[in-house]
Structures are given as C-alpha cells and as structure tokens.
Design a protein around this ligand. Structure first.
Ligand SMILES: Cc1cc2nc3c(=O)[nH]c(=O)nc-3n(C[C@H](O)[C@H](O)[C@H](O)COP(=O)(O)OP(=O)(O)OC[C@H]3O[C@@H](n4cnc5c(N)ncnc54)[C@H](O)[C@@H]3O)c2cc1C
Length: 361
C-alpha cells in the first residue's frame, strides 16, 4: 500500500483545479484519471465570466488557445427568437481542450498525474482507494472529483440520481442554416428540456441537450428526439439538418440540485460531487473550479480536519445559484410558463440580472 498526502480522483476541471492549488501550496498531490487521452464530455462548452475570472486566477489563458468570445444570449421558443446582451463577456470552448489544458497545468505545477488508471472503490474510513489492478493508495486528504460518476463506497443516495435528467452532445460541422452563431450562445427551449448551441475553437458547433428522463424515454434515441422536436423547435431542426448517422454522447441520471452538505474528516467532495447546478445556467465548470480551489485551500490551512467546514461553506455558497437555476429550468420546460419566461427575458436588464444571480462568485 502506498501513502500520499493528497489523492485526487478524477481529472476534470474540479480535480485539476485542486491539484494546481495544492501544488502551489507545496503539497504534491497524486491525481488519477481513468481516461488515457484528452476527451470530450457531455457539456455545452459555455464558460461564463465567473469561469473566465477563475481560469485567469489559475493562470490559464483560453483565448490564446482559440476560445470564442460570447457576448449575446439568443433564446428560441418555437419560432419566437429573442436576443439579449450578456452582462460580461463569456466564451465557447470545447471541454476536450479545456480539460487537457488544466491537467497539463497541474502536471507542470508538480502534481503527479496518472492517466489511464481508474479507481475501483474507496474505503472512506481509512481513505484508501483501490485501483482496477488492485494497487492501493492511502491519502491524508481524499478529493472526490469523479463528476457525475459514482464511486463504490462514496456514492450519492440512489433516490437522487434515479429521476435525473439525460444529457446529450454532438458536434455540428460546416455552415449552419439560420442566423450567424458567432458571438452568441443559443438556447432552444421545448417541453421537458432545452438545447444549447455555440461555436467552439475549431469553428465547429457544440450542440448539447438536457431532457427529462420521461421525454428521452418516449423518443428512445437522440436522433429520434431531435426528429420529434421538428414542430416544437423548428429552428433547432434547421440547425441540426437531416444527417442520420450523427455521433452522440449521452449521460443519464444527472442529479440537478444535488448538494453535499456534510462529509467526514479528510474527504473533500468537489465539482459535481459537491453541487450540481441545472446545466441551463451554464455554470457547472465555474462550480467545479471554485470547489477545487476552496477545498485545496482548506486542506492547506487545516489538513484533513478542514473537510467538514469546507463542505458546509461550499454547500451554502451554491444554494442560491442552484435554487434559481432549478426554478428557471422548471419554467423553461413547461408549456404554460415558457411564454411568461420569454416575455420576462425581454424586459430590459432582467435576463442580465438573473444570469448574474446564477453565477458562483
Ligand atoms: C447537458 C449538460 C450541459 C452542460 N453544459 C455546461 C456548460 O455549458 N457550461 C458549464 O459550465 N457547465 C455545463 N455543464 C456542467 C459541467 O459539465 C459539469 O458541472 C462539470 O463537468 C463538472 O466538472 P467535474 O470536474 O466535477 O466533473 P467531470 O468534468 O465529469 O470530470 C470527472 C472526471 O473524473 C474521471 N473519473 C470518473 N470516475 C473515475 C474513476 N473511478 N477513477 C478515475 N477517474 C474517474 C472522468 O473520466 C472525468 O474526467 C453541463 C452539464 C450537462 C449535463
């Protein structure tokens, strides 16, 4: 059995942010990521101004890597289109590039990054993690950053994930029909979900959908869902076109609204393991980065005993953005409240004010 001061499980934004900050504080963490290569994940690729500020703090300049500036929000419901300015500049950037850049920053800063190794289970009492090949790692500080994936020994209560949403993602290449997308994040609202579309660094467009389990089960496949939406969301149908062989990534059981209120000594839950905001708000990456930074600071200051105070404070910090994002999602998903939401969004300054409240600062 090997011992390490800090073990981070998962190399998404949350795990990398923790590794970067621990290394800056003089703790050489070990980060274990099960994927061998940089990979895309089900994510809209929208990075709000709070995310950009945090990336700057971590000393990562995504615009030098080709991230696309976004200054406007386009809301689409049926054939009704509404465009409003964002309070501050945001960005469109693929998760493949973002996660790779953050992980390499963590490695360059002094963290030991082990790619292609999956943790099979954890004994929370001893903070011992077992890898697939049987190797064991015991840590003073265990940072759980596995995103939506549950880890044996530390899983969220099943009730929470059972009715969770379904997330889907694909890439649209070539020119899109309809209004230019550059500088814009486009949200198509429909019964039981929404689709988000933006341009990423290579000029392709990232299309992401979040739908209720019920809505997805009726359609049975992503392609069938988009086809079924052609009357409800005709402008989305025009954007997507008629290609049947499109490759989709999917994730089920997304537990929107989940917050971890407490923990045990030495166990720090980060990112989606700490708080899951409705993706409509486009702030999950900000939460992931901020949780990694806060947890690392707590560990550097108080050691393993800093976990409980960190977890409680982080849960409190995310309460309002999560609650408001859930409210917006509920209103956007329902046929009766959606027109009201569109009318409210047209009130000058209101959309901008609400989008500020769903940010984590
Ligand atoms: C449909 C949808 C759209 C979204 N759109 C946006 C958006 O536009 N903007 C935004 O800010 N947020 C968005 N989000 C939210 C955002 O994607 C997440 O909040 C964010 O990815 C959380 O980061 P994380 O580091 O906690 O987890 P993840 O990014 O999921 O990273 C977890 C990592 O852990 C690794 N891992 C898992 N299990 C193990 C294991 N056992 N051993 C080793 N490694 C493991 C995985 O391979 C992965 O690399 C969206 C979410 C959904 C569902």
């Amino acid at each position: 059995m090997r011992r390490t001061p800090a073990l981070i499980i998962g190399g998404g934004p949350a795990g990398s942010a923790a590794a970067i900050m621990l290394a800056r504080g003089g703790v050489a963490a070990t980060l274990v990521e099960r994927r061998t290569e940089p990979h895309d994940v089900v994510c809209g690729g929208f990075l709000g101004w709070d995310t950009l500020a945090t990336l700057e703090r971590l000393k990562l300049d995504i615009f030098s890597l080709g991230a696309r500036p976004i200054t406007r929000l386009r809301l689409v419901s049926g054939r009704h289109v509404l465009e409003v300015g964002l309070p501050r500049q945001a960005a469109g950037f693929s998760r493949k590039s973002l996660d790779a850049a953050l992980l390499s920053l963590a490695g360059a800063g002094g963290a030991t990054v082990r790619r292609g190794f999956a943790i099979r289970d954890v004994d929370p009492a001893t903070r011992t993690a077992r890898l697939e090949d049987g190797e064991e790692l015991t840590a003073e500080g265990l940072f759980l950053a596995t995103g939506k994936h549950e880890l044996r020994g530390l899983a969220r209560p099943p009730d929470f994930t059972r009715e969770g949403a379904v997330g889907l993602r694909t890439v649209l290449r070539g020119g899109l029909q309809g209004k230019p997308l550059d500088g814009c994040v486009e949200l198509h609202l429909f019964d039981g979900g929404y689709a988000g579309l933006l341009m990423q660094e290579d000029g392709s467009s990232n299309l992401c959908l979040s739908v209720t389990k019920k809505r997805f089960s009726r359609a049975k496949s992503p392609g069938a869902l988009v086809k079924a939406l052609k009357d409800e969301a005709p402008l989305l149908g025009e954007r997507v076109g008629h290609e049947d062989e499109r490759h989709w990534q999917a994730i089920a059981g997304v537990p929107y609204g989940w917050r971890a209120d407490d923990t045990r000594d030495g166990l720090f839950r980060l990112g989606d393991q700490a708080a899951v905001i409705s993706s409509l708000a486009g702030d999950g990456v900000a939460i992931a980065l901020q949780s990694g930074i806060s947890a690392a600071k707590a560990f550097l200051r108080d050691g393993p005993s800093g976990a409980a105070a960190y977890q409680t404070a982080f849960s409190r910090q995310t309460k309002v953005p999560l609650g408001l994002a859930d409210l917006l999602r509920g209103a956007a998903e329902r046929p009766l409240s959606r027109p009201i939401l569109m009318r409210l969004a047209a009130v000058p300054g209101l959309a901008s004010w609400v989008s500020r409240l769903t940010r984590i600062t």
